[in-house]
Design a protein around this ligand. Structure first.
Ligand SMILES: Nc1nc2c(ncn2[C@@H]2O[C@H](COP(=O)(O)OP(=O)(O)OP(=O)(O)O)[C@@H](O)[C@H]2O)c(=O)[nH]1
Ligand SMILES: [Mg+2]
Ligand SMILES: [Zn+2]
Length: 361
């Protein structure tokens, strides 16, 4: 059988020619950045398939005429592209990612948890109510910067407040590099407001606490009301953790949407450059301090303290920067320690195995 592979090698990333419908793979987000990593032989033997959901039973993958579950055991996450080895699914190759969102796993486990791969835009969602929290937004934005993803802050539930402007202004102050939009997630206008980032073939993700409207927005973008949403609690405006797993929603001709469960806790790890990107204002001041190792505390000629003194820097923002940096340093160090312990353990096992007299068969 002669197959036409030309559609697997589009000219430009995510730029579909107007004259044709997207191929099945393009509808899933396939583009030249992935195509150029594989040769024709690999394509024939192991067709590409994207991880659209991760379940306990394995990875649900979709491709051109493919929809199946790959058993767990691959170091992949939702959004990843696998070159699907049908004979030995666990040996499927994970294509190098264009972006990767990760955090420190919640609880006492010090592992890294992969949240999503190959996301183009991260919509950091919060609402104009008690959920709104600057420190949390800074965390999410740092997470996106670290992952090389453009973050957009989305303020929902504007219909419930008289004037959303104070919320918008506070969100804008987080970083000059982040767009801020405010909307009623249930309205038809919400899709228009997000249209710039939601081109066909692009992959967008909704991140944020429970109850802020992530699934409501996902429904708007994919044009259904099929994804379950649930009213928040009246007393404290907290959500009910309605969405319980991460899933990519794919509708040909639209963007690909990752809906996620509300995160209870977002701990950063290996995110120093993402944090520095969010707090560029403080980083820029810090290089002007007289002492290279200035702690911006009581040192003379400290540009950071001077900025606090003249009112141009909010001391609360400095405190949040310090807290995030400390947390990231702690988590990164404990992960490094864990990794080296894992390595040592592996070495020990290998040495022990080698020392074992080989069994005669
Ligand atoms: N008035 C108003 N209600 C909204 C808006 N956005 C979401 N809601 C409502 O808020 C509730 C929670 O919305 P969901 O979309 O389920 O929230 P979620 O972020 O997906 O929550 P989890 O799945 O628990 O993480 C639902 O009752 C929505 O109808 C909005 O902009 N305005
Ligand atoms: Mg939800
Ligand atoms: Zn200083």
């Amino acid at each position: 059988m002669v197959r036409d592979y030309s559609a697997l090698f589009p000219d430009a990333a995510n730029a579909l020619p107007a004259h044709r419908e997207p191929t099945a793979l393009e509808a899933l987000g396939w583009g030249s950045e992935f195509a150029q990593q594989v040769d024709a032989e690999e394509l024939v033997n192991t067709p590409p398939a994207r991880v659209v959901a991760v379940h306990r039973s394995g990875f649900l993958v979709k491709g051109d005429g493919i929809e199946e579950t790959v058993p767990p055991g691959i170091d992949a996450t939702v959004g990843d592209w696998l070159m699907l080895d049908r004979a030995k699914p666990k040996e499927s190759r994970v294509l190098p990612r264009k972006s990767l969102i990760k955090r420190r796993a919640p609880g006492t486990d010090r592992r890294v948890q992969l949240i999503a791969a190959n996301i183009d835009t991260a919509f950091v969602v919060t609402s104009c109510n008690m959920d709104f929290n600057v420190a949390r937004l800074e965390r999410y934005v740092a997470l996106a910067f670290e992952a090389d993803i453009e973050p957009v802050i989305v303020l929902t539930k504007v219909d419930l407040v008289d004037d959303p402007q104070p919320w918008i202004d506070t969100a804008r102050n987080i970083s000059g590099r982040v767009s801020v939009v405010a909307l009623d997630a249930r309205g038809i206008g919400s899709e228009k407001t997000l249209a710039d980032w939601c081109k066909p073939g692009r992959t967008v993700a909704f991140l944020g606490s429970s109850g802020v409207g992530k699934s409501t927005l996902t429904n708007s973008l994919v044009g259904t009301s099929a994804i379950t949403t649930q009213p928040i609690r009246e007393d404290d405006a907290k959500g009910r953790h309605t969405t319980t797993h991460r899933e990519l929603h794919v509708v040909p001709g639209r963007c690909i949407v990752l809906d996620t469960p509300g995160m209870r806790e977002l701990q950063l790890t290996d995110a120093a450059s993402g944090i520095a990107d969010v707090f560029k204002d403080i980083e820029a001041l810090a290089v002007q301090c007289r002492f290279g190792d200035c702690l911006h505390d009581t040192e003379p000629h400290c540009a950071v303290q001077a900025a606090i003194g003249d009112g141009s820097l909010d001391p609360a923002r400095l405190a949040r920067w310090r807290k995030l940096q400390a947390e990231d340093a702690f988590n990164s160090a404990s992960l490094a320690e864990r990794r080296s312990k894992d390595r040592e353990f592996g070495k020990m096992v290998r040495t022990a195995l080698k020392a074992k007299p080989s069994r005669k068969t």
